[in-house]
Design a protein around this ligand. Structure first.
Ligand code: GLN
Length: 530
């Protein structure tokens, strides 16, 4: 019997609903339950694949090739589950399904309306009806709704939740995340915004079961008591989420306050013993003990924390497991570099991206790193920049480029993939999701992965041009990972250097707290073993 947990947010955005949803998932998993976590976003785009990272941060990619919200990255990193295209839904997708159905004539002459047609489709997806039919539903489905209570565009989602609460009875629970601001001048924590937010929800017919209060200062029992009584919520269900030194402390704090136990009681499920979360605690302890600083430069064009979220987290996790504290320095590839840029930088990641802007800076950064033997990790566009730099400076093709940036270049060492040539629509048409990659026997990557064939996730249209393969290899840049079917080059390496590896795929999407990715692990290890 599947239970459904809905996570909504009030007062302001950016409170960390994704972290809370992930933490709830993690805590239930540790009690032996199977879970999935899905995100419903109120915008009209079919998926965030076409969004500029300035709008919505990183675009995360699932194994089955869906371009999704970055919160799915948190879900996977915290819980180790694999999400799929069913885990990231937008208003656009809901409407598209309904409109396509209407065009097919499936509604038999009915007037199609937000209620019930749009809300029914939302409910169908919230309930994960397809999985229900195949009997593959997990014990808990956690649904996070993007946006803030009161937004016009999330109203149909709220109506769907209201109906589901009613229909599912004790099999549904609503968790609402709000903010308790601290007013310095008054030296007071204010619960009024929370009260208003809950009132707004109640106005929509939804009574939250659990309130999680984001706060910069510890909340006393009397503050929690006040919220409980004004919002009709049990005291044990008013939980605080204080600022933490790391997001990975959040599940522990939630467990200490009994959030998972309170939820189980709501569902009428026996609570049982509190899981020890040994591996998680061990990880946190390693994090606290890691004091030696390793400085990694992130060369990219988006000066925004969320744009390279999974890469950041993957490096930080690899640092913790290697016993060091990673300090990430953003290096804007659109600015000119100086000696100051590279001062104290122990390793460099050349970030993914699209389009011309900032690529000459990335190429310059690659050159500096290659010539100065600085450990360097190129990811997707970053790998392509390694290839272009090598073609320009080692092979002597000074005009070498990717046909993405210069369609006229005579030396298109990075070229559009064959199957991409006929594609005209931008949304969801890249080479997306997990593909096999054979690792060259005897290569460093083969050793690092300790496997002959791996699967990694992709998101690109352009590729290494195999016409130049021999020339690259003769001159020292080796193609050490290939797709067994298409022969596409997925990994390049200059074996003579300390660590100079570029991957066409995105290893950052598959690094999790309890299973940090071997490439990031080895990258950091090489830096500290020096
Ligand atoms: N723009 C490049 C391509 O489409 C790289 C994409 C990426 O970095 N994700 O091939």
């Amino acid at each position: 019997m599947t239970r459904y947990i809905f996570v909504t947010g009030g007062v302001v955005s950016s409170l960390g609903k994704g972290i809370i949803s992930s933490s709830i998932g993690k805590l239930l998993q540790d009690r032996g339950y199977s879970i999935t976590i899905q995100k419903f976003d109120p915008y009209i785009n079919i998926d965030p694949g076409t969004l500029n990272p300035y709008e919505h941060g990183e675009c995360y990619v699932t194994v089955d090739g869906m371009e999704t919200d970055l919160d799915l990255g948190h879900y996977e990193r915290f819980t180790g589950i694999h999400t799929t295209r069913n885990n990231s839904i937008t208003t656009g997708r809901i409407y598209k399904t309904v409109i396509d159905r209407e065009r097919r004539g499936d509604y038999l002459g009915k007037t199609i309306q937000v209620v019930p047609h749009i809300t029914d489709e939302i409910k169908r997806r919230m309930l994960r009806k397809d999985e229900e039919e195949t009997g593959t539903l997990p014990d808990f489905v956690i649904t996070e709704v993007g946006g803030t209570i009161g937004d016009i565009e999330s109203a149909p989602f709220m109506e769907a939740i209201r109906q589901l609460r009613w229909e599912l009875g004790k099999r549904a629970a609503c968790v609402h995340l709000t903010y308790v601001p601290y007013l310095k001048a008054a030296d007071e924590l204010k619960t009024k915004p929370t009260q208003h937010s809950v009132k707004e929800m109640q106005g929509m017919g939804i009574q939250p079961d659990v309130l999680i209060l984001r706060t910069e200062k510890h909340l006393s029992d009397s503050v929690r008591q006040k919220v409980a009584s004004f919002c009709n919520v049990d005291l044990e269900c008013v939980v605080q989420s204080e600022d933490m030194p790391s997001i990975y402390e959040v599940p522990v704090s939630m467990q200490q306050q009994g959030l998972d136990a309170a939820l189980l009681r709501k569902f009428g499920i026996p609570v049982g013993e509190t899981p020890k979360m040994e591996r998680w605690h061990k990880f946190l302890e390693m994090r606290r003990n890691a004091t030696r600083i390793v400085k990694i430069g992130l060369v990219g064009k988006y000066d925004l924390q969320d744009a390279y979220k999974s890469i950041r987290e993957s490096i930080i996790l690899a640092g913790i497991y290697n016993g060091v504290k990673i300090e990430l320095k953003f290096i804007n590839s659109e600015h000119t570099f100086s000696a100051e840029t590279w001062k104290d930088i122990d390793g460099v990641v050349i970030c993914p991206g699209f389009g011309k802007r900032g690529i000459e800076g990335k190429i310059e950064a690659v050159k500096y790193c290659r010539e100065n033997n600085i450990p360097t990790f190129g990811i997707c566009l970053g790998m392509q920049m390694m290839v272009i730099e090598f073609a320009r400076d080692v092979l002597g093709y000074t005009d070498a480029n990717s046909s993405e940036m210069d369609s006229e270049t005579p030396h298109n060492v990075i070229d559009i993939m064959e199957e991409q040539k006929t594609i005209t629509e931008m949304g969801g048409t890249m080479r997306l999701g997990a593909y096999d990659c054979d690792l060259l026997p005897g290569s460093r990557v083969r050793q690092i992965y300790n496997e002959a064939t791996i699967q990694e996730r992709h998101r690109h249209r352009y590729e290494f041009n195999n016409k130049y393969l021999d020339e690259f290899e003769k001159n020292g840049m080796m193609c050490v990972g290939r797709n067994p079917k298409s022969n596409l080059v997925e990994i390049v390496e200059i074996p003579g250097l300390k660590w100079f590896i570029g991957t066409q795929f995105h290893p950052e999407y598959s690094s999790s707290v309890l299973n940090p990715h071997p490439l990031f692990m080895n990258f950091v290890k090489t830096i500290i073993d020096e």
